[in-house]
Design a protein around this ligand. Structure first.
Ligand code: SAM
Length: 210
């Protein structure tokens, strides 16, 4: 089975358990600060934001609550079902981030939280090109990724009943080069506090160039 199919099969299985964990207030408060920063960087009054790999939809709700207009896409049907239950007024679509079904220049911003690390390294440049294509001139990107090296399907997953997912890890230099080659310039980068997600998650805000 290929990496993406395996990962989505796992999300289809673990969706309710995953969503119970991620909706804790301690995460939401930090995530809201980071989403506000993305909206702040946009030059639009009511930025239209694509949430890529939106999972349970909680970030779409935060985007809309803070003055944006979200569209959430995900490849897992079960995650999208959770999203629709959590945020019935949200705009959710089943879609693969490797092939975004939107016209060019469709969005003022893209929010990609914890989803790019499920894309095989050989394809990540293509995904960033898709992000670049659907973003308007001066559009903004908020991206989180896992710091480290290597990639692969988890060998002995301890969480979520042992269902494996694929993860790719990047060094700061590796990710900086990939994003620059794909037409993005960095605005700001930081980690989440250690007690929230550990210090191996990098959050970066970027602007489309070109
Ligand atoms: C770790 S979860 C993150 C969910 C949410 N963004 C969050 O921060 O909690 C990763 C999400 O990416 C989705 N995903 C993985 N590969 C994808 C792909 N190729 N296209 C769209 N969504 C994908 C998964 O189904 C899952 O919902």
């Amino acid at each position: 089975m290929n990496e993406v199919r395996q990962t989505i099969e796992t999300y289809d299985k673990i969706a309710p358990a995953y969503c119970l964990k991620t909706r804790l207030k301690k995460y939401l408060d930090w995530e809201e600060q980071y989403i506000k920063k993305l909206l702040f960087y946009s030059d639009s009054k009511k930025p239209k934001i694509l949430d890529v790999g939106c999972g349970d939809g909680r970030h779409c709700l935060l985007i809309d609550k803070n003055g944006g207009q979200s569209v959430g896409i995900d490849l897992s049907e079960s995650m999208l079902n959770e999203a629709k239950r959590y945020y019935p007024d949200g705009d959710f679509k089943i879609m693969n981030m490797r092939q975004l079904g939107f016209e060019q220049n469709s969005f003022d911003g893209i929010w990609s939280s914890g989803s790019i690390y499920h894309i095989p390294k050989k394809d990540v440049g293509l995904v960033f090109k898709e992000f670049h294509r659907v973003l308007r001139k001066n559009g903004v990107l908020g991206l989180s990724y896992k710091l480290g090296g290597g990639e692969g399907i988890e060998a002995n997953p301890k969480s979520y009943g042992g269902s494996p997912r694929y993860f790719a890890y990047y060094s700061l230099d590796e990710m900086d080069s990939l994003l620059a080659e794909s037409g993005f310039s960095e605005l700001h980068a930081c980690t989440y506090p250690e007690e929230i997600f550990g210090d191996d998650i990098i959050q970066v805000w970027l602007r489309k160039i070109g």
